[in-house]
Design a protein around this ligand. Structure first.
Ligand code: IVH
Length: 659
C-alpha cells in the first residue's frame, strides 16, 4: 500500500473511533490499538509533510459535542498529553528537556483512567463543571458533578480558581452498577471508564448520584499564579479540599523516573480503580514557556502508557447466546489462557459490527486482555497468523428456536423475533425463579437447564405444572423423591409471592425490582397495569418514556397476555397491596409541590405524600387541597393564594408527615 493511501486509511479509522468513543461512549477499539494507529499516523505525517491535511485527526484533541447539555467554552483549552510507549521513548523525552533545562526535576503521577473535567470556583464556591469535549468547547455537567461525594462544594480559601481533574468509577462501584443493570435487564457497561462517561452524560442527576462517581484533581488553570511547582500545586489542591491521588513523587534523574514507572506498574494492580499510565511533568513552572508546546501538546509533560497485560490465544469457535430480552450476543470460545490473575476461556464479542470491524474469524490467533482489568476482550487479530479462515458471518436464525433475527434500526444488536423462544426462556426462567424475583430456592440455574433440556420447562407457567410430572421428575439424574418434594413445595409456596416480584420476574425490558414496585403502587393489579396507557405511565415519578414503552409493548403482546391469564388460573397473586398508610391526615388530599425544598427533591416529597395516601398533581386548581411551597416558588404559589388554597411550608410539611 502506498503512503498516501495508508495515511488516509488511518485518518478514517481514527475519525470513526473518535466519534464512537467521544460522542457515543461506545469504544470499538481498545486504547492500545487506538494509540498505535495514532502513533503511526503522527509518524507518517511527520515524515511526509507533503500529505499534510488540516482536517487530520492529529490536528484536533477530541470529539464532537452533543446537544443534550449546554455547551461550555473553556477559558484555556483542555489539551492532552503526548504518549510515551517505552523506555527508549522515555529517554528521548527526558533528553530533549534536559538539553533545554539541565538538572530538571519531574513529578510523576498516576494517570487515572476516567474522563477529564474542569471545575470552576468563584470566591471558593463551586459554580460549574464541564467535560473536555473537543478541547475547546465541552459540555456543562455541573449538576452531575455536584453529586460526586469527593467534590468540595466550598474550598478552604475564598478563591476564584479553575481546577482540572479526572472523574472515574471504582472497580467496586462498577461491579455494583453492572449487577443492578443485569437485574434490570439493561446492557452492561464495558469497563469503568465507559461507565463513568455514560454516567456523566445522564440527564437525570439523581441517577448520577446513585452511581457513586469519584474524582482526583491534578492541576490548576494558571497554576503559576498560585504556586511555583507542580508538587506545590498538588499539595495546594489538597489543602483547598480537593481529592488528590496520593501516589505522586518527585524525581530528578532518568533512572529514578524509570524506577518510579516500574513501581507504579506493580502498584496499579493493587488499586481499586483503573490507571493507564504515569503522567510525567516538569516540576518548576518557570521552565514551561522555555520548553514550550507543539500544536497539540505541551512539551514539558508526557504520558507514559502502561501496557495492559495481554496474551495471544486462539478463537476456537464463535457461539451465540440468547439473552432474556432476545438479544443475540456472539461470544468467542478461546483456548484457555491466564490473564491478570485468572483463566480466560471466553470473551464477549458484543455484536456483529464489533466482529466485522476487527475482522475476527474462527481459528484466528487473537490478542486478548481484560478491559478495566475485569472483562475479557479481544483486542485484535494477529494478522500474520491468518491462513484461509473464512470471514465471519452473522447468523440469520436464532440458535435456540431457528426463528429469524431482526436488527432494530439504530441498534447494533440482533433480536430473536419469537416471543416464545425457548432460548430466551432458559435465562427468563432462571431469572424468574431467582432469589431476587420469585425466590424458588430449589429451582436454581442447573435445575432449570436440566428441566429445560428434558422439555418439562419451556415457559413460566410450566413451572406451576411441574407437579403433574412428579413421577418422571423423580427418575431424573440427581433427583429422587425428597428433592422433587422440596422443589414442588417451594414452587407452591412461591405462588404467594407479592406481585412486584412476579412483575420483575417476567423480565420486561427496563423493569427492575424497584420500577415494578413503583408501577404497582399506581396500578395495583395485573389487570390495571395491563390497561395502563403510555401517557398515564409517563406521569408516574421515576417512569420515563423507555419504561412506559416497554411496559405497554409487553402487555399488548398476545402471547404475554395469554401467559399471564395462565398464571392467574394457576393461582398466583395477581393483585398488589400498595405500601400506603391510609390513616394519615394526607390520605385523600391533593397536593401541588412547587419551588425548591431544602431537604427533599420534589420527587421525594411527592413520593412521601403518595405513601401517606395523598395525591400529587402538576397544576393548581380548585381541587387542590395543599400547595407545598419551597424557595423561589412562582406562578403556582400565586395561583394558590388567589384561589385561597392552603399553602404549606417545608417546616410544617416535616412536622405533618410525622403525625
Ligand atoms: S495532566 C495538558 N495529570 O490524561 C494536559 N492528566 O492526555 C494535562 N489524566 O486529558 C493533563 N490523570 O484526562 C494529567 N495526573 C494526571 C492525569 C491526567 C489522568 C488524563 C487527563 C488528560 C489526559 C492526558
Amino acid at each position: 500500500m502506498d503512503i498516501q493511501t495508508r495515511i488516509k486509511e488511518l485518518r478514517k479509522q481514527i475519525n470513526e473511533a473518535n466519534y464512537l468513543y467521544h460522542t457515543k461512549d461506545q469504544p470499538i477499539i481498545s486504547d492500545f490499538v487506538y494509540d498505535g494507529l495514532m502513533r503511526e499516523l503522527i509518524e507518517l505525517e511527520t515524515k511526509y509533510p507533503e500529505y499534510d491535511d488540516e482536517t487530520s485527526p492529529t490536528k484536533k484533541i477530541g470529539g464532537i459535542v452533543l446537544d443534550a447539555f449546554k455547551k461550555h467554552t473553556h477559558t484555556v483549552p483542555m489539551m492532552s498529553l503526548s504518549n510515551i510507549f517505552n523506555k527508549e521513548e522515555l529517554k528521548v523525552f527526558y533528553d530533549r528537556i534536559q538539553k533545554v533545562i539541565p538538572n530538571t526535576s519531574f513529578t510523576t503521577e498516576l494517570k487515572i483512567d476516567g474522563l477529564a473535567v474542569t471545575l470552576i470556583y468563584e470566591k471558593g464556591i463551586f459554580k460549574k463543571a464541564a467535560t473536555r469535549g473537543n478541547g475547546v468547547v465541552g459540555e456543562d455537567i455541573t449538576e452531575n458533578v455536584k453529586t460526586i461525594k469527593t467534590l468540595p462544594l466550598q474550598l478552604s480559601k475564598p478563591l476564584d480558581i479553575e481546577v482540572r481533574g479526572e472523574i472515574y468509577m471504582s472497580h467496586k462501584t462498577f461491579k455494583e452498577v453492572n449487577l443492578e443493570r443485569a437485574n434490570s435487564n439493561l446492557d452492561l457497561f464495558v469497563n469503568p471508564r465507559n461507565a463513568a462517561a455514560g454516567t456523566v452524560r445522564q440527564l437525570d442527576s439523581k441517577v448520577v448520584a446513585k452511581r457513586r462517581l469519584d474524582l482526583f484533581t491534578y492541576t490548576v488553570v494558571g497554576a503559576s499564579n498560585f504556586n511555583n511547582t507542580q508538587k506545590e500545586t498538588l499539595e495546594f489542591l489538597s489543602e483547598l479540599g480537593f481529592p488528590v491521588n496520593p501516589h505522586y513523587k518527585l524525581v530528578d534523574n532518568l533512572d529514578a523516573l524509570s524506577d518510579a514507572i516500574d513501581n507504579y506498574d506493580i502498584l496499579r494492580k493493587t488499586l481499586p480503580y483503573d490507571t493507564d499510565g504515569v503522567v510525567i511533568k516538569v516540576n518548576q513552572f518557570e521552565h514551561y514557556e522555555t520548553i514550550g508546546y507543539t500544536a497539540k501538546y505541551p512539551k514539558y509533560a508526557g504520558a507514559y502508557k502502561f501496557e495492559a497485560e495481554k496474551q495471544i490465544t486462539q478463537v476456537e469457535d464463535i457461539i451465540f447466546q440468547v439473552g432474556r430480552t432476545g438479544v443475540i450476543t456472539p461470544v468467542a470460545v478461546l483456548t484457555p489462557v491466564f490473564i491478570s490473575g485468572s483463566l480466560v476461556s471466553r470473551a464477549t464479542l458484543h455484536n456483529e459490527d464489533y466482529i466485522l470491524n476487527k475482522d475476527i474469524r474462527i481459528h484466528d490467533q487473537v490478542l486478548v486482555h481484560k478491559a478495566g482489568e475485569i472483562i475479557p476482550e479481544v483486542i485484535e487479530v494477529v494478522m500474520d497468523s491468518r491462513n484461509n479462515q473464512a470471514p465471519f458471518e452473522m447468523i440469520k436464525h436464532c440458535p435456540a428456536c431457528e426463528s429469524s433475527l431482526e436488527r432494530k434500526q439504530g441498534e447494533a444488536d440482533y433480536y430473536c423475533t419469537n416471543n416464545n423462544c425457548p432460548g430466551k426462556n432458559v435465562f427468563g426462567l432462571i431469572h424468574f425463579a431467582s432469589r431476587v424475583a420469585m425466590d424458588i430456592d430449589t429451582l436454581g440455574e442447573k435445575v432449570v437447564e436440566l428441566l429445560h433440556d428434558q422439555t418439562y420447562l419451556q415457559t413460566i407457567p410450566d413451572i406451576y405444572k411441574l407437579h403433574t410430572f412428579k413421577d418422571q421428575l423423580e427418575e431424573l439424574p440427581g433427583f429422587g423423591k425428597k428433592k422433587v418434594e422440596k422443589l414442588l413445595n417451594a414452587i407452591e409456596a412461591s405462588k404467594m409471592q407479592t406481585l412486584d416480584r412476579l412483575i420483575f420476574g417476567l423480565g420486561i425490558k427496563n423493569v427492575g425490582a424497584k420500577v415494578a414496585k413503583t408501577l404497582l403502587n399506581h396500578y395495583p393489579s395485573i389487570a390495571l397495569l395491563a390497561d395502563a396507557k403510555y401517557e398515564d405511565l409517563i406521569q408516574i415519578p421515576d417512569v420515563g418514556p423507555e419504561i412506559a414503552d416497554s411496559v405497554t409493548t409487553y402487555f399488548s403482546n398476545e402471547s404475554n397476555q395469554h401467559m399471564l391469564e395462565e398464571l392467574k388460573n394457576l393461582g398466583l397473586q395477581m393483585t398488589y397491596k400498595i405500601d400506603v398508610v391510609t390513616t394519615h391526615p394526607f390520605n385523600g388530599k391533593t397536593f401541588v409541590v412547587t419551588g425548591t425544598l431544602d431537604d427533599f427533591s420534589r420527587t421525594e416529597a411527592s413520593d412521601i405524600i403518595e405513601k401517606l395516601g395523598g395525591k400529587v398533581s402538576g397544576s393548581v386548581s380548585k381541587k387542590t387541597d395543599y400547595v407545598l411551597a419551597g424557595k423561589e416558588a412562582g406562578s403556582k404559589l400565586t395561583k394558590a393564594l388567589e384561589l385561597g388554597i392552603e399553602v404549606m411550608d417545608e417546616a410544617t410539611f416535616k412536622v405533618k408527615i410525622n403525625e
